[in-house]
Design a protein around this ligand. Structure first.
Ligand SMILES: NC(=O)C1=CN([C@@H]2O[C@H](COP(=O)(O)OP(=O)(O)OC[C@H]3O[C@@H](n4cnc5c(N)ncnc54)[C@H](O)[C@@H]3O)[C@@H](O)[C@H]2O)C=CC1
Ligand SMILES: O=C(O)C1=NCCCC1
Length: 290
């Protein structure tokens, strides 16, 4: 599955999320992806996902089958068939962690012993699951601004994880750091980060929100899922003025190197194509089993 996501990341155009302010919801993001199967362009599917950025509201993922073939445009000449509706929260958690894991695979130091996760919500958990499944760490640490929540997070796990009392304590000496919080101001400071560490920065997905400070953003080699998305949606990039070195897809296809000996930041914002590929995998599995 990681391979499928990696492959598609460097060959699909990115469609920027549409952001709407709708009362009483705080913010709705709609991401969109298109799947085409084979040369004949049959079984095309248009996938849309709506997120409500207000914490603890539901997400919706709709997959709409586009019933015509051999056309170059995506306007629909006839009403499309609604193929399925899926739980967007579950898919978002898994696909975001899968893409961060690709970044860690490419950029983490060769000897990576300590994993640190900042945040203890859904993304923190999905990142814990994928990172500890794919990589071997000697120590895993978690910090959350709500210590009880961090303790609950740890109590749910089989393997030992240390709950830290401060971000500084959690990140000092860490080789891989995941930031998955709702912070709107920097919580991770460059002066604490071990040279050569890899940071998968998942939160702060608004142009005026931050998780990482200017020092870290300017000193690290910065990779993104989409340049277009990063320069429109990421406060860490826009407000620090940091230069984007490459997209993940540009590293996967060999256009840019993975500078794993340097401190690296992967600024994740999420792309419609990640939802589309993941939803297609879920649907295929469902169809093969039921
Ligand atoms: N890059 C991507 O593709 C995606 C990014 N996200 C972002 O990832 C972040 C985490 O998402 P979820 O785990 O789903 O949310 P969640 O609500 O399950 O967890 C949020 C975590 O952040 C902590 N938190 C909230 N406000 C904070 C603050 N001011 N300072 C420090 N910690 C704070 C909470 O205590 C909790 O541990 C959010 O910013 C969300 O928008 C979510 C989905 C996809
Ligand atoms: O891609 C997504 O899904 C999201 N990206 C940024 C913030 C929340 C959801």
């Amino acid at each position: 599955r990681l391979k499928a996501v990696a492959f598609l990341l460097h060959r699909q155009p990115h469609l920027l999320k549409t952001q709407l302010y709708v009362t009483p919801l705080e913010l709705v993001l709609s991401s969109c992806g298109v799947i085409e199967n084979g040369e004949q362009r049959q079984n095309k599917a248009l996938i849309t996902k709506m997120n409500n950025l207000s914490i603890s509201s539901p997400d919706y993922l709709h997959i709409v089958n586009d019933t015509f073939a051999n056309s170059d445009c995506y306007c629909l000449p006839q009403p499309p068939k609604l193929l399925t509706i899926m739980d967007g929260e579950a898919i978002t958690a898994k696909r975001t962690a899968a893409v961060s894991a690709i970044s860690a695979k490419l950029f983490k130091p060769a000897l990576s012993e300590v994993l640190c996760i900042l945040g203890s919500g859904q993304q923190a958990r999905s990142h814990y699951d994928v990172f500890t499944k794919l990589f071997k760490f000697k120590e895993v640490r978690v910090w959350s601004r709500n210590k009880e929540m961090a303790q609950r997070f740890v109590n749910d796990l089989q393997d030992p994880v240390t709950v830290c009392s401060s971000v500084k304590e959690a990140v000092i000496g860490a080789d891989v750091i995941v930031t998955a919080t709702g912070a709107s101001q920097p919580i991770l400071f460059g002066e604490w980060v071990k040279p050569g560490a890899h940071i998968a920065a998942v939160g702060a997905c608004r142009p005026d929100w931050r998780e990482l400070d200017d020092v870290l953003m300017r000193e690290a080699v910065v990779y993104v899922d989409s340049r277009e998305g990063a320069t429109a949606e990421s406060g860490d990039i826009i407000l620090s003025g940091a230069e984007v070195f490459a997209e993940l897809g540009e590293v996967i296809n060999g256009s840019f190197p993975a500078q794993r000996e340097k401190t690296t930041v992967f600024k994740s914002l999420g792309m419609g194509i990640q939802d589309a590929v993941s939803a297609k995998l879920v649907l295929e599995k469902w169809n093969s089993e039921y």
